[in-house]
Design a protein around this ligand. Sequence first.
Ligand SMILES: [Zn+2]
Length: 281
Amino acid sequence: MFSFPIDYEQGWTLGNKINKYGIGLHTGSKCNVVIKPTELPGFHFSFSEDPNKVFSIDISQVRNTPLCTTLDLNGKKISTVEHLLASLIGVGVTHAHIEITGNEIPLLDGSAIGWVKEIEKVGMVNSTTSPKPRPELKAPIFVEKGESVIFAIPSNNLKLIGLIDFPYKAIGQQMFSIELSPHNFVEEIAPARTFGFLDQLEELKRAGLIKGGDLENALICNGDAWVNPPLRFPDEPVRHKLLDLIGDLACIGLPRAQIIVYKGSHSLHNEFAASLQKVLT
Ligand SMILES: [Zn+2]
């Protein structure tokens, strides 16, 4: 039976291709995603209408949008990439080619588990080419944005510590700490769903966002309680924040570091990835 790699030290690609269809949360548009094995290190995108034009992802393509991470691939945008990329990098895939029909990755149930199950079905094989080297820090770095802050401290163990603080009784203050490995990612992080707030839902819909959103692809909070329980973990929101962080690091790789993030957001994660890139170059 297939089991995920024990760590992030080797190069891995998929055993076979994955084909998945769904509706984009923000645009409400239909999207088909084909994830293929490749010998090219890193993560690469192409669009089905022009399959020979391949974009290798890097930090310069990342655009901050209010609710998700979007890649700008030479003017063509692809949004909500973070959970798919988190699934790939989280289970240890280092080489993958993602071909898209549409412009937004389907949200599935709001977590990474749907993608992880697809990867499990096709299995993973060692790549014949070496993976991109993981970022190494020479000294601690930190990035802050208002109240939000993220620290990375050089370490051989990849440890993530997330903290959130929401003025809603249902969430409040949560902390979650994990020594990241493919196994721990699959068990502790991948099932954690994205979350939103009932009072913001209508506002977002009016603003033309979350067109494809419903109670099936996010946990919805109405302040004191959850509209669509049960939760998969009592601290599911903070675990999801770490899922987003992992996805946002896919363009740079998982650093050899302990990372502490307080009130994380995609824009904070992306600035952090950009400062990791500076350390590397
Ligand atoms: Zn997310």
